[in-house]
Ligand binder design. Structure first.
Ligand code: TXA
Ligand code: MG
Length: 354
């Protein structure tokens, strides 16, 4: 398959971009696949109500078919078509945080095929806050089922080049709207139990949800202390070793000085064994590492730069064939839980605590 590649402006829908949107909309309406930017990561989109399109998404990604897709909408009425028995608190959350990096799990309506929900009676719905995503949903008239646009198990794409790296020749079109803003996937909240429950941490954190919902729980399986113990998460996709680079990532937790000392010690050791070594560091501490290939993920004072940089840096290490990646940890702050959830998975829970 020849994948069409089109650049569009990310901050406005320009006249010059009309043809790209038209082409993409046609592809979606006839059951094809289009990768597009959202504010979190790039998504691989297909018509959520077309079981064949969902089948193509699983095939293109090599994704296990029990791992349900998130359906992207542009208007609240779409939620009412796709879901049933929507609780009042879900409306309140939508009002506060949609469009935005928040996904809600609700009871599905008969309009959503089981192929899209991985066989579940629930459906995950999100209204993205990105000009390109919104224009595509509106223009096509399609509710877009979209997982992250990476090959299953690889880091999510934060740039169109990342999508091409994984899926070129396997999908109909890639819309390039530049680098995304947040860089890690949306927060998922499940409304189908007694108490709203966070199934995946993200930019909209527990405190922000609590302000609207009052009571909110976190799936115990995603707390970092339990992540390593093999708790079974409720979101099917959270159980896979995910977001992973090809090299072995090892994380180091402790004081800045202790972390730098231990990373430098291990770097020398691996280099002496003839391995290629990468070091994943914050801008503030990058200069502490004289050996190995040092890559800056972001600035600790600007947490979003860290979340945005994580997957990019992991992919860059992969492209350079780095075998061992020694990484600083980024716990704490308002995004710490979400960032560490991804980092721990990428590391296969290999953490050195100092
Ligand atoms: O930010 C995002 O959410 C991105 C962009 C493209 O919107 N999408 C994304 O999709 O991260 P994906 O497929 O990579 O992750 C979806 C997660 C998986 O862990 C899946 O198991 C969970 O959502 N999920 C989807 N439907 C669900 C449901 N009905 N119940 C529980 N978990 C569900
Ligand atoms: Mg994904």
């Amino acid at each position: 398959m020849n994948t069409i590649y089109q650049k569009v402006s990310a901050d406005a829908v320009k006249q010059a971009d009309q043809k790209a949107y038209e082409t993409a909309s046609e592809i979606l309406r006839r059951g094809g696949l289009v990768a597009f930017p959202t504010e979190t990561v790039y998504g691989l989109g297909g018509d959520a109500k077309n079981p064949e399109a969902s089948g193509k998404i699983y095939a293109a990604k090599g994704r296990p078919s029990d791992n349900p897709l998130i359906v992207h909408i542009a208007d609240l009425e779409d939620m009412e078509q796709l879901a049933e028995q929507i609780p009042e608190v879900a409306y309140r959350l939508a009002e506060k945080y949609w469009p935005g990096p928040l996904t809600m799990v609700l009871k599905k309506s008969p309009q959503v095929p089981y192929e899209t929900t991985g066989g579940l009676d629930t459906v995950a719905i999100r209204m993205p806050d990105h000009k390109v995503a919104r224009e595509l949903i509106r223009r096509s008239g399609v509710c877009i089922a979209a997982p992250s646009a990476n090959t299953s198990g690889r880091p999510s794409p934060t740039r169109a080049e990342h999508v091409a790296e994984d899926l070129d020749g396997r999908i109909d079109m890639i819309i390039d709207g530049g680098e995304v803003g947040i860089g890690i996937e949306s927060t998922i909240v499940d409304f189908t139990g007694e108490v709203p429950t966070i199934l995946r941490p993200g930019y909209i954190n527990e405190e922000m949800l609590g302000q609207v919902l009052g009571e909110v729980k976190t799936d115990p399986a995603i707390l970092s202390a339990n992540q390593e113990k093999g708790f079974r998460p409720k979101a099917p996709g959270m159980k896979y070793r995910h977001y992973a680079p090809k090299g072995q990532l090892i994380l180091f937790e402790g004081s800045e000085a202790a972390v730098a000392e231990e990373i430098n010690r291990q770097a020398e050791q691996y280099l002496a064994e003839g391995k290629s070594v990468g070091i994943l560091a914050a801008e503030e501490t990058a200069e502490r590492y004289p050996k190995g290939i040092v890559k800056v993920i972001g600035n600790r004072e600007d947490e979003i730069s860290v979340s945005r940089g994580l997957y990019r840096v992991l992919r860059d290490f992969d492209r350079e064939g780095i075998q061992i990646i020694l990484g600083e940890s980024f716990e704490g702050g308002r995004l710490g839980q979400a960032i560490m959830n991804r980092m721990l998975k990428a590391a296969g829970y290999h953490v050195v605590r100092l």
